[in-house]
Design a binder for this molecule. Structure first.
Ligand SMILES: C[S@@+](CC[C@H](N)C(=O)[O-])C[C@H]1O[C@@H](n2cnc3c(N)ncnc32)[C@H](O)[C@@H]1O
Length: 231
């Protein structure tokens, strides 16, 4: 990894995802043991319960969550937005219908345009988490909800020990084989260690104007879904 670049530097993030775009899905499914399908399905079902009309999947990447939500909410319009064109190209090939190149920190949408905004494994990569959450709040209608799904650190010390071993010692090696870009996955481990999780994330959401539901933990707490609602 180029240590001269800050982890959250947007140009570094864009270049990193552009470099792995073609192998991103394969690496995802391999490194999560296929669990990422279940995580996206769970989030899609939570979203469907709200019967949204307009959904924004921010940092949509290769579009798997946008597709899962289109299936779970067949009458909704799901817009996928991402600032990395090669990732959007992967989503386009999978026939995600509404795609737009956009920066999560300055969304090209009017206030109160969506009923639900989702960010799956995206917020962690953004340069300013608070600014991105406030942008999501701005584009949400009253009664709408933001769902953030991302990696978190398991509460149990025992599980955490194994998780860290996998994350920092095993995963970069497998990723090197799968994507030829070990640095991208060393970056992943670093961002997971510093990203707010659990009640710290809820405090951040509250400071940006959301009311929070208790975090939903999956995979022994290695992945969490946070939900913030707008009055
Ligand atoms: C780990 S991928 C997640 C993709 C997808 N949501 C998923 O669940 O597989 C992170 C994505 O966030 C995008 N991203 C990072 N910062 C962004 C920003 N400021 N605005 C828009 N997209 C951003 C990257 O381009 C990348 O496609």
């Amino acid at each position: 990894m180029n240590e001269t670049l800050a982890q959250s530097d947007p140009e570094f993030v864009k270049k990193t995802f552009a470099a792995i775009a073609g192998r991103y899905d394969f690496a995802n499914h391999l490194l999560s043991g296929g669990l990422d399908f279940l995580w996206r399905r769970k989030l899609s079902r939570l979203v469907a319960r709200r019967h949204p009309v307009d959904i924004l999947d921010l940092a949509t990447g290769s579009g798997d969550l946008a597709l899962a939500m289109s299936k779970a909410c067949p009458t909704a319009k799901v817009v996928g937005a991402d600032f990395c064109l090669p990732m959007l190209e992967m989503a386009r090939r999978k026939r995600v219908r509404h795609l737009i190149q956009a920066d999560g920190l300055a969304l090209p949408f009017h206030d109160e345009s969506f009923d639900v905004v989702t960010m799956a494994f995206g917020l962690r990569n953004m340069a300013d988490w608070g600014a991105a959450i406030r942008e999501a709040h701005r584009v949400l209608r009253g009664g709408g909800a933001l769902y953030v799904m991302d990696f978190s650190l398991p509460d149990s010390e025992f599980v955490l020990k194994f998780y860290r071993f996998y994350l920092h010692r095993i995963l970069p090696g497998i990723a090197q084989w799968a994507t030829r870009r070990r640095d991208a996955y060393e970056y992943l481990g670093k961002t997971i260690e510093t990203f707010p999780s659990g009640l710290v994330m809820n405090a951040l959401l509250k400071s940006c104007g959301f009311k929070c539901e208790p975090p939903r933990k999956m995979a022994f707490g290695a992945v969490s879904i946070y939900c913030g609602t707008v009055d």
